[in-house]
Design a protein around this ligand. Structure first.
Ligand SMILES: Nc1ncnc2c1ncn2[C@@H]1O[C@H](COP(=O)(O)OP(=O)(O)OP(=O)(O)O)[C@@H](O)[C@H]1O
Ligand SMILES: [Mg+2]
Length: 311
């Protein structure tokens, strides 16, 4: 089974407005809510592509319940670890073509709830299962929480993919997850280099170094419209994606990772899995806002994604 872990989910609420006026009532024409949070995204993509996973997420208050409802309506299986503080909400004001993103602060989560995360994973995860851990931690939780969780999962014989940033990513690496999927900015931050899509050799060298130093099985660096680089046991591969009009790239990396993990778990070859990953990421840029990929777009894009073995 595939599990995803989202420690810091949120709800994205889009308010559609014609004009923002000072000192006047602004009428919201309509609004839509989307569950957000990177592990939850991975689970939603797997569902969209016809696979099954269980999303483990910390959820609190009415917003937490709203996320559960939305996941129910999409058919995503989840386990909620209920927490006292209300789940965060992002308000996105869509004023014609302009977007204003307002991110409300999250509150501190009680330590006993963190223990509950370990218990829940212990109850669910068996040897050979895959766990995708994505995103940031709630306010006040030390990055070494990720070190502990990954270490524990590895001891139980799970295969762990970890997608985070900065100090959280560094802390997780200490526990030697099987794979990571940084984008170029995240890879730059953990390596202390200023990497660019234009210097692919330097990206490959850095990914290889991080893989070796931290004894990972694979590092997949996503490069936005430039595709991705895979460095792993099967060698070094480059994923090329078609040039597409970008409506919104939010969640493209999560879609990439979701499709990749799902296909690998089904036993697909590395080339096949990377093709699906590239197509799912690309299909996500075609949809607005927080919406992820549509299966029909992924299928249509599949044979436009090229996977080339570099070495
Ligand atoms: N402009 C684009 N055109 C085509 N495909 C794209 C584009 N941007 C992203 N993709 C696809 O999505 C994948 C992941 O993109 P990206 O590197 O932006 O991830 P990310 O920064 O981790 O995103 P997020 O964290 O918001 O989910 C790329 O490898 C590619 O397959
Ligand atoms: Mg990402």
């Amino acid at each position: 089974m595939i599990f995803t872990l989202t420690m810091n989910p949120c709800l994205d609420r889009y308010l559609y407005i014609d004009e923002l006026k000072v000192d006047d009532t602004v009428r919201v024409r309509r609004f839509s809510d989307y569950p957000a949070g990177k592990g939850i995204d991975v689970s939603r993509v797997i569902r969209e592509l016809g696979g099954v996973s269980v999303a483990v997420a910390l959820l609190g208050g009415a917003i937490g319940r709203k996320i559960e409802e939305l996941l129910d309506s999409e058919g995503v299986i989840y386990t909620a670890i209920r927490v006292e503080p209300e789940t965060r909400i992002n308000i996105i004001l869509q004023v014609k073509e302009k977007q204003y993103r307002l991110s409300l602060p999250g509150e501190q989560v009680d330590r006993t709830r963190l223990e509950k995360v370990r218990e829940t994973l212990q109850a669910l995860v068996r040897e050979g299962d895959v766990v995708v851990i994505s995103g940031s931690l709630p306010r006040g939780v030390n990055p070494d929480f990720y070190t502990g969780i990954i270490f524990m999962l590895k001891q139980w014989g799970a295969r762990v993919y970890f997608d985070s940033d900065g100090d959280n990513l560094k802390a997780g690496l200490i526990a030697e997850p099987d794979g990571i999927k940084p984008n170029i900015h995240e890879l730059s931050r953990i390596s202390g280099k200023n990497l660019s899509e234009e210097d692919i050799d330097e990206v490959i060298n850095t990914a290889t170094e991080i893989k070796e130093v931290n004894r990972l099985k694979e590092v997949i660096v996503s490069l936005g419209g430039e595709g991705a680089i895979f460095v792993g046991e099967e060698g070094i591969l480059k994923v090329k994606v078609p040039k597409l009009p970008v409506v919104s790239a939010v969640g493209a990396g999560d879609a990439f990772l979701g499709a990749y993990v799902m296909k690998r778990t089904e036993g697909a070859s590395i080339e096949e899995a990377l093709k699906w990953a590239g197509a799912a990421g690309a299909a996500t840029v075609l949809t607005p806002g927080t919406q992820l990929c549509r299966k029909e777009d992924v299928l249509a894009l599949l044979n436009r994604v090229e996977v080339e073995k570099i070495s």
